[in-house]
Design a protein around this ligand. Sequence first.
Ligand code: CTP
Length: 498
Amino acid sequence: MSKTLENKSILLVISGGIAAYKSLELIRLIRKAGGNVRCILTKGGAQFITPLSVSSLSENETYTDLFSLKDETGMGHIRLSREADLIVVAPASANMIAKLANGIADDLASTALLAANKQILLAPAMNHMMWQNPATRENISRLLNRNFQIVGPVEGEMACGEFGLGRMSEPEEILSAIQKALSPPGRGLGEGEEIDSDFNTFAKRLRYARKSKNLSQEDLAKKLEVTQQAIEKVENGQIIKPKFLYEAAKVLGVSYEWLWEGTATPPHPSPLPKGERELEGLTAIVTSGPTFEPIDPVRFIGNRSSGKQGHAIAQALAESGAAVTLISGPVKENPPAGVKLIEIETAAEMLAAVEKNLPADIFIGAAAVSDWSAAPSAQKIKKQPGKTPALNLRENADILKTVANRKKRPGLVIGFAAETENLLENAKAKLKSKNCDWIIANNVSENLFGGDENQVYLITQSSADKWEKQGKRAIAQKLAAKIGEHFTNVRTIKEAAE
Ligand code: CTP
C-alpha cells in the first residue's frame, strides 16, 4: 500500500454500534497508509470494542472520558480536534448524528466535534428504519448543508437480522473517502487516471458518466449552469443535491435512478418541485401484497408476497406527483407517505375496493391475488378421525383482467407475471390474455420473494426490455419514469392531433 496518508493526522471518533469492530480494521488501514490516528471511543463504542484494542492498533492513547484531568492537562478536547488534519466518525450512530446536527456536547466525542475547525467525515451505521426515519433524514440534510462529508451507508444485512440501507461502509471505502478528503482541493480526475469501477456512490457514478461523455468538470458546469466547484463537491461526495443530479442525469444521458441507486433515500420526497413532476394530475391505483382467503374463522389460504414491490411502486408514483390509491392485502411494509391506503384481506374485497376507486389513469396489479377462495365454514373446522375436510375451492375473479376489459379502462394497465420458466413467452401470453398494456415479468426462479431486489423484464405489445437485478425501489422509480414518458408521448400525440 502506498503511503498516501504520510504526515497526516486523523482523529477517529468511534461511537456506539456493532460496526465499531470494523473501525479497528480502519485504524490498521490508516496506519498502513502512513497516517497517524488518535481515537475517541464513546461510552456506546466501548460496549463493543475495548480502549486497549484501539490503543494497540493506533499506537496512541485512546480517549474516553471528558472530565479526565490527565487528558485535559495533556491532550484536551479542543487540542484533540485541532491537531488533526481530518476528523472521521465511524461508526456514526443515529444518536451521534442527532447530537452533531443539534450542537449537543455532552461527552468528550461530541465536545471535540463541536469544537472542531476541521472537515468532518461521517460513516453512518444504523438499522435501516432508523436511517430512513425523517428525523435522521433531516439531521443528515442539515449536516450536508454544513459541509460535513458522508460515506455510506450501504445496503446489506443488519446485525439485527433485517436487510436494508444502513450498514457502515467497508473500511477500505472509508479509507478512500479519507484519502479523497485529504487530497488537495481542485484535483479532478487526471489524464490516464483510472475511474473507480465499482460505482458504489452517486459521486463515482456522476464522475464516470461525465468522463464517458468526454466532458470536463467545466463543460458539465456550463451545461448545468452551475459553478465548477459545485460539480467538484458532488463528485467528491461532499454534497448531495437531488435536483442537480436529476438535471445532470438528463444532460449525461443516464437514468436518474442509476445516479441515485445505492445512495440514501433522497432527502426530499421528490427530486422535482411541485408543478414540475411527470405524473402530476394523474390518478393511479396499485394493488399490493397477498390476499388471505378464509377457510374457517382461524384458517386461511395465503401466499408469501411481501408487498415490497407494490408498495415501492405506489411510493414512486406518488413522488412523481400522481394521486395514488394503494389497495393492499396484509403486509409488514409501512404505508408509503402521501398515498391513500386501503387495507383488505380477500380477493373479493380487493376487487370491490378497486372498483370503488375507479376510474383512474393508471392501474398496476402488483398484488399476488389468490386464484381461489374457499366457501368458509362459519365454525372452526374440527378434526374428525379418518376424515379429510373438502375445501370446495372456487375461482376468484381476475382483478387485472376485469379492470383491463372495462369500457372506461385506465389509460395504462400494468400487470405482473411471476414465472420460473419460459419467462418471456408466458408473460407475453399473459399480456394478451389479460388485455394489459404492459407486463412486468418477474423471474422468481431465484426465489426473490420477500427480498429487497428484483430482476424483471418490462414487456409491452412491441418490446421486451431486460432490467438488471436491482433494488425494488430502483425498479419502482424506473417504472414511474417510464410511465411519465408514456403519458408525455400520449399528450404530445394528442396535441399534434388537435
Ligand atoms: N391478478 C389479479 N387477480 C387475480 C389473479 C391475478 O389481478 N385473481 C393479477 C396479479 O395482480 C398480477 C397478474 O394478475 O398482476 C398475475 O397473473 P396470474 O395469472 O395470477 O399469474 P401468475 O401469478 O404469474 O400465475 P400463473 O402463472 O399461475 O397464472
